[in-house]
Design a protein around this ligand. Structure first.
Ligand code: SF4
Length: 129
């Protein structure tokens, strides 16, 4: 009986010669992927979170902004007869975040990355469920 004395190194070497492709050991691949994952995690933790999503200070929606104008956004719902008492705090698109300038503010689905006043209103108001 012929004894197979091929060890692991010679096996990979022979395989590389036959296929013409360098065979990379799984441990080497694991090292590459681990270092890439660590680099991604480092980049992710170094990047600042979006202020509004993180609950921090975010710019307020400017009523003169074209999108705000298009939906007739007003910072005080009592200034718009169309609001009929409705305001952001009772809107399904609103989510309370914090207090800014002594007033409650939150996010609105329509104005990503910005805050709206809880007391504001716009024509896209949709009753909170
Ligand atoms: S959609 Fe709702 S939460 Fe957003 S600005 Fe209009 S009323 Fe406020």
């Amino acid at each position: 009986m012929i004894e197979n004395k091929m060890n692991r190194r010679s096996f990979f070497s022979t395989l590389a010669k036959i296929t013409g492709v360098a065979v990379v050991a799984p441990t080497a691949l694991r090292a590459v992927f681990t270092s890439e994952a660590q680099a991604q995690e480092k980049r992710r933790s170094a990047a600042p979170a979006a202020p509004a999503a993180a609950g921090g200070a975010a710019p307020m929606v400017d009523p003169k902004d074209p999108v705000a104008k298009a939906v007739k956004y007003v910072e005080d719902h009592t200034k718009s007869p169309e609001a009929k008492g409705n305001h952001c705090a009772t809107c399904g698109f609103y989510k309370k975040v914090t207090t800014q300038n002594g007033k409650e503010v939150g996010t609105c689905t329509i104005f990503a990355g910005k805050h709206v006043y809880a007391n504001a209103w716009c024509a896209s108001w949709n009753k909170k469920a």
